[in-house]
Design a protein around this ligand. Sequence first.
Ligand code: FE2
Length: 180
Amino acid sequence: MIPTENECYALMDQYQMLDNIREHSMVVAETVKAISSGLVHSGIKISVSKAVAGALLHDIAKTQCIQSGGDHASVGREICLQHQFDEIADIVGEHVWLKDYSLDSVYSEKEVVYYADKRILHTSVVTLAERMHDIIERYGRNDSRLAERVRMNFTVCKGVEKKLFSQLDFRPEDLARMIV
Ligand SMILES: [Fe+2]
């Protein structure tokens, strides 16, 4: 099932999500709401509530993985499955890297969450390039292979941006004034 927004907040409490991660998740959810509603408006079959729930819970495992290690996307996917939130498990599991992805695929909620997360640095709307530099600075500084993977991931994300905005009546740079 798809969790309601209240169920998402209850799960954040249960997994003791740090305040800054909760605030980030709420801004990502707002961004996801704007993009997915725009896609629905253009006649694309996508579920706004599913995308928003996925956004609220995309970092559900981050606090515990910061403390005790692990891949927060896969652990988050497992948490969703444990709570019978199967519909959003893959959104959470693929919010960092999309698996077996093709730009020709039908529009999906996971693309929207994957993209929106990369436009929000903490709680601010930034460009993909700004977010990429931040990630490389934080995680890829002494790891050139990881930095290269991050660059490749952002090339994919640039394609997702183009795909999403080909159907929207606002531009990527308009998000900053739409999200408060
Ligand atoms: Fe994350």
